[in-house]
Design a protein around this ligand. Structure first.
Ligand code: SAJ
Length: 441
């Protein structure tokens, strides 16, 4: 059935993964039922509209085509699973904000609902990123708990997504995928399924390995970013430009020093290291990965310190001053604000008594005129390298700011351009730069 497109597929969870996945599966010829607990998402997608924020090239067209060809239906109940040959789980797998422990409630609830609806032999695939060991401990347990038998009533695979906002469909088609299979038959079926829409390699392994690969690839990136951030802090102390250091380090073979900044946001990198750590017998044994998280999570507070220091050098009182925060998304040219470092920065500035005004051209709530946000502020803090900011003239900022301070957490500007406009310039990872005219005073 799977080989011949005849299969009926249920996609559980219509978010950043489930929505493009359902559209893509319908587009390659499967009959797809999208299931989500949110009736608004069900309605929007059922009408061919994507509920996702940000620009996702090709997604709206795919959704409209799938719905018009009646290959994609949506609903909130799990009855669609009864006729499914394949059920794909793409529900959220968050961590608890305080304990940093995995919150498996969505996954367990979805697995339980599937187990209650299973009426025929079915391949169950978990696309959600899970802490190593979770697919067996939660999904397989719920299915077998209802008397379903692996290899007879269901097959089981874990194929963690590798999407990126702004490139959901492109990544889903192009990226190689790791397929963790509970047994050989599950692996054969999962490969047959993914071969229909994945151009990348399909690497079959066991489920635990697949869960480890996914969480490790993101923990690895987080550690790389933390290294860059720690180097930035040292370079500020030593009065050296970290980006110059990075350029020269990366000339050495096999080096790939990442870019320091105002923090690490998004839906993957801040979360997946904690999913990985949770699989260890003790969190204390995972010191590098947990320390990297602490370093990256401390960057917004560091930017707040740079802002307070910039203000302290001018005659305004730090407490009661105003900072214009430019960029609220977690990534350049994106409207995605999940785990935004700018959110943490605003809280840190408030603790220091500094009022904030926010601008972001991609976030509807903050997409008003930039001049209104900067006009009369005591410092302009650039947290995201949106294209619109890189095109800004520092002289324009100088005309608007009440006190001439720029703090740059994302390498938006060249220091020379900013100080020649009469502004002080403090970049993350570089010494403070001030206009030459200030040196004589
Ligand atoms: N960041 C830095 N310095 C860097 C790189 C990123 O501070 O050198 C910050 C970004 O500003 C952002 C956060 O880290 O706030 C995450 O950035 P990201 O480029 O990793 O973007 P994400 O979160 O969308 O990551 C996704 C991940 N993909 C999957 O989970 C499938 C990640 O593994 C990928 O490496 C990344 O996309 C990508 O670049 O494809």
């Amino acid at each position: 059935m799977i080989r011949a497109h005849g299969a009926t597929i249920a996609v559980v969870g219509l978010g950043y993964v489930g929505t493009p996945l359902a559209a893509l599966l319908a587009n390659v010829g499967f009959n797809v039922s999208g299931i989500d607990k949110d009736p608004h998402k069900v309605r929007d997608i059922g009408n061919g509209h994507s509920p996702l924020i940000g620009i996702e090239p090709g997604l709206s067209e795919l959704l409209q085509q799938a719905v018009s060809q009646r290959r994609l239906q949506t609903g909130t109940d799990f009855s669609a699973c009864e006729a499914a040959d394949v059920i794909m789980l793409a529900v959220d797998t968050p961590i608890d904000g305080k304990t940093k422990l995995p919150d498996e409630s969505s996954l367990r609830r979805a697995a339980r609902d599937i187990a209650g609806s299973l009426r025929r032999e079915c391949l169950v695939v978990v696309e959600s990123t899970t802490s190593p060991g979770t697919v067996h401990r939660v999904v397989r347990q719920e299915l077998e708990g209802r008397g379903k038998r692996l290899g007879t009533d269901f097959w089981l695979a874990s194929c963690p997504e590798r999407v990126m906002p702004g490139r959901l469909l492109a990544n889903m088609r192009a990226c190689s995928r790791v397929i963790g299979a509970a047994d050989d038959a599950s692996g054969v079926l999962a490969v047959a399924l993914y071969r229909h829409f994945v151009d990348g390699e399909l690497d079959v392994t066991d489920i635990m390995t697949a869960e480890l690969v996914k969480t490790a690839e993101n923990a690895y990136r987080d550690v790389q970013i933390a290294f860059a951030n720690e180097m930035a802090l040292l370079c500020e102390e030593l009065g050296v430009d970290v980006m110059r250091v990075r350029d020269l380090v990366n000339k050495s073979p096999y080096r790939q020093m990442h870019i320091p900044g105002g923090g690490v946001g998004g839906h993957c990198i801040p979360k997946d290291p904690w999913l990985l750590v949770a699989s260890a017998s003790s969190r204390e044994s995972m010191r590098l990965i947990t320390t990297a998280r602490e370093i990256n999570d401390a960057m917004p507070a560091h930017v707040a310190d740079l802002v307070a220091a910039a203000l302290a050098r001018t005659e305004v009182e730090v407490r009661g001053s105003t900072a214009a925060v430019l960029g609220y998304a977690y990534l350049e040219n994106s409207g995605d604000t999940r785990n935004s470092p700018s959110q943490a920065l605003c809280s840190e500035l408030a603790v220091r008594g500094i009022r904030t005004r926010i601008h972001d051209p991609f976030v509807a709530e903050y997409a008003g005129p930039l001049d209104d946000v900067v006009d009369g502020a005591d410092v302009a803090v650039f947290m995201v390298r949106h294209e619109a900011y890189a095109e800004l003239q520092p002289s324009h900022l100088a005309r608007l700011l009440r006190t001439p301070n720029v703090v740059d957490a994302r390498g938006v500007f060249r220091a020379e351009d900013v100080i020649s406009a009469g502004l002080s310039y403090q970049a993350v990872g570089a010494p403070l730069r001030t206009p030459r005219a200030w040196e004589s005073t």
